[in-house]
Design a binder for this molecule. Structure first.
Ligand SMILES: [Zn+2]
Length: 64
C-alpha cells in the first residue's frame, strides 16, 4: 500500500455541493448526516436523518 492511496479516499460531499466550504465545515459539526444524531435533542437518528421524533426537521433539504 502506498501513501498515495490514502489521498484517494476523500470524503464525498456531493449532496452538499451547493454549500460553501465554511458552511460545509459548520454542517460537519452538527448535521445528522455526519453525526448521526439529532442536533436538537441529541438522540440517535436511525431511520430518516432529515427529521426527528422531537420535531426537528432538516431545513436544508428545503433550502432554495
Ligand atoms: Zn430530536
Amino acid at each position: 500500500m502506498t501513501e498515495e492511496s490514502f489521498y484517494v479516499r476523500e470524503p464525498i460531499f456531493q449532496p452538499l455541493d451547493r454549500f460553501t466550504k465554511a458552511e460545509k465545515l459548520e454542517l460537519l459539526m452538527w448535521h445528522p448526516l455526519f453525526t448521526g444524531k439529532c442536533p436538537c435533542c441529541g438522540q440517535k437518528l436511525a431511520g430518516s436523518i432529515a427529521e426527528c421524533e422531537c420535531g426537528w426537521k432538516d431545513e436544508l433539504e428545503t433550502k432554495p
